[in-house]
Design a protein around this ligand. Structure first.
Ligand code: SF4
Length: 353
């Protein structure tokens, strides 16, 4: 179970016993046009064996957060402030050699496009075996056997034979399975899956999601699942964090957030999702406007230029004052709890059907 924390301002104490504890994380990049504030005061905890779904549009900071946890940002151009405690170890100040040891061993990542993770020059089996040899100090033979075993676990038929194939000899769905095998080969405690099924057709997508759930049960890994698709989150996650323009907009359990979402951005995301029971010819209702540039993000609530509810707050608070995320179930919005409840029930829910 993840824990909800204050989104901006003073860091809160690390969650007791949390396997991953992120506190008041700020990540910015220097570019030719100025400083991009990609993540701005993010805090969350994640326990072993549970899944946190992070949802948001491109540029919301969800992928940057996770690349920073993995230490895959370029330190020449990136400034990281705050705390990332993984199993009690502070990662923001860790040496590259320590991070290298963690990656593949304690933490692994599944990317959207397997071709970015798989080299075309080596067999699939060798690419799965290599991290096992390196991190588990296994012999070549034992690592190869492990690679064959993992290919079998992720549902590749005839794995002993297919381990000798190159990635181009695999279909898209099989490559994704091979990448999952590679990510899980060292039995990581934390798995970060960044849009792992976006490029796949719906049938293969459902198979991969089922596979991830089964493997999580078997390996007991904590999972951070990054996606723009709330439907996938509903299927996969225990908790949701909705991100907008580098900040957490809303946090809670999947049941709480999907049954009674509180933030106007989450309402917009739900409203823009196609539904199985809706008229397939009816136009979708995208959130008006576009995500802001993080070179010069909007003042106050970063969602205010796109929000149709700011007049209900009044006093220009939305433009001038940053809304904070409270403890536990929470949304970073100046509307009162009663307003959020009433607007959702009377105005949003009827549109969602
Ligand atoms: Fe909309 Fe204001 Fe709430 Fe931001 S704080 S989501 S602008 S109502």
């Amino acid at each position: 179970m993840t824990t909800l924390t204050k989104e901006a301002g003073a860091p809160v104490p690390a969650g007791e016993g949390a396997f991953l504890s992120v506190r008041d994380l700020h990540v910015s990049f220097r570019t030719e046009d100025g400083v991009v504030r990609a993540v701005d005061g993010l805090s969350f905890d994640l326990e072993r064996g549970s899944t946190l779904g992070i949802v948001g549009e491109s540029g919301s900071g969800k992928s940057v957060t996770n690349l920073t946890i993995l230490g895959l940002h370029n330190p020449m151009f990136t400034t990281v402030e705050g705390e990332i405690l993984l199993d009690g170890k502070e990662l923001t100040t860790a040496r590259e050699s320590e991070l290298e040891k963690l990656r593949g061993n304690k933490v692994a990542m599944i990317f959207q496009d397997p071709l970015t993770a798989l080299s075309p020059y080596y067999t699939v089996g060798r690419q799965i075996a290599e991290p096992y040899m390196k991190h588990m100090r296994a012999s070549k033979k034992a690592a190869w056997e492990r690679a064959v075993e993992m290919l079998g676990k992720v549902g590749i038929p005839n794995p002993r034979q297919r381990a000798k194939d190159y990635p181009h000899q695999f279909s898209g769905g099989m490559r994704q399975r091979a990448m999952i095998a590679m990510a899980l080969v060292c039995d990581p405690d934390l798995l970060i899956a960044d849009e792992p099924t976006t490029a796949l057709d719906v049938t293969v997508q459902a198979q991969i999601l089922d596979l991830l759930k089964d493997l999580q049960q078997e390996f007991g890994s904590a999972i951070i699942f990054i996606t723009h698709d709330l439907g996938v989150i509903a299927d996969m996650a225990d908790d949701i964090m909705v991100m907008y323009a580098g900040r957490a907009a809303e946090r809670g359990s999947v049941a709480e957030v999907l049954r009674a979402p509180q933030h106007p951005y989450t309402w917009g995301l739900l409203n823009s999702m196609p539904r199985l029971d809706s008229d397939p010819h009816a136009p979708l209702a995208p959130i008006p406007g576009t995500p802001p540039s993080l070179l010069r993000p909007p003042s106050g609530c970063r969602f205010h230029p796109r929000c149709t509810f700011q007049d209900r707050v009044g006093g220009n608070r939305c433009v001038n004052e940053v809304p904070l995320l409270g403890p536990d179930r929470s949304s970073a919005c100046h509307l009162t709890a009663e307003q959020k409840r009433t607007i959702f029930i009377e105005e949003i829910k009827p549109r969602l059907g």
